[in-house]
Design a protein around this ligand. Sequence first.
Ligand SMILES: O=C[C@H](O)[C@H](O)COP(=O)(O)O
Ligand SMILES: C=C(OP(=O)(O)O)C(=O)O
Length: 353
Amino acid sequence: MKSDLLEQTAVSTAEVDDQCISIPSPFQMRQNLPLDENGQATVARARTEIGDILQGKDSERLLILCGPCSIDNVNSALVYAERFARLAEEVLDKALLVMRTYFEKPRSVVGWKGLLYDPMTEGERSPAAGIALARRLLARLTGSGVSCATEFLNPLLAPYLEDCMSYGSIGARTVESQIHRELASRLEMPIGLKNGMDGGLSSAVNAVRSAQSSHSFYSQDLHGCPALVSTQGNNGAHVILRGGSNGPNFDSKSVSNAVDAGRLLGLSRGVVVDCSHGNSGKDHRKQASVAMEVLRQKVAGQDGIAGIMLESNLVAGQQSANAGPRVFGQSITDACIGWKDTECLVRELAASL
Ligand SMILES: O=C[C@H](O)[C@H](O)COP(=O)(O)O
Ligand SMILES: C=C(OP(=O)(O)O)C(=O)O
């Protein structure tokens, strides 16, 4: 019995060794690709400003999390960011624009898992190159004043990018995971916790409660060594309504239920509405009407709404990642609204506030 076990262990260790590629630690990556002073200031300022919106200290402005479903091409992300920065400046008094820079994608089954895994979209062969590319892009964006948001999916990857992010989310597929709730409680930025895949509110509310709490949990330090981490809890944890298999949840009753649940947890403006995903039935053309309905509720007096999320890219729609030459600036994951429509929508939202 004992020798069998040893034999099996020896075999599996050999397999693991064959299948492992060492990558630099988060500490090394941060040292090699640091944020400059402007970048650090952008991150810090946006974290505070988002926190002020969530706590109701800034009751004037709407948080707008807007950008590609996923970053698959850094050049198109740079072009997008340039336009985004101009728009953000234009609507500054009415809205705080934070760019979606999503480098990991949770898949319903399988598919491209994001730039961190497969930076050239040609197979998962050089993941560390993806991390370095993402950091380079984030250093450029934050250095030029664009604040960034992402979904934190693999907890081991968070330390590679979290210092560049002003806002984070935990997605519908992982919001019930204790490991992700612990991560959310550690992260030093506002974190939106999405409702689960069925569209029910309770998974998000339970996740907010957990993320607000202190935890001790097993993780790694910045050098990649196993570590027991202690957290104080995240007071910027809040709900993102994204709809689900039971239908959308951006109607006034669903929003007010979420606002009330948030208030019981001490959040005065604790709700962000994702206008895409389950709230648009993944039809990008519906995002604008979802956003306008949320705005209507806000203008009618629903002051618990902190913000909205939009999936937007240079070119509207979606294309396959593997079907020949690609359209520059069009999503290879979920369909997005195009830049012209994004600009019109954000201007319209700002004008109505
Ligand atoms: O936001 C992106 C997608 O909705 C998510 O990654 C799931 O995509 P999939 O259902 O195509 O795998
Ligand atoms: C995957 C995402 O969202 P959700 O978790 O709501 O599906 C996303 O926002 O990219």
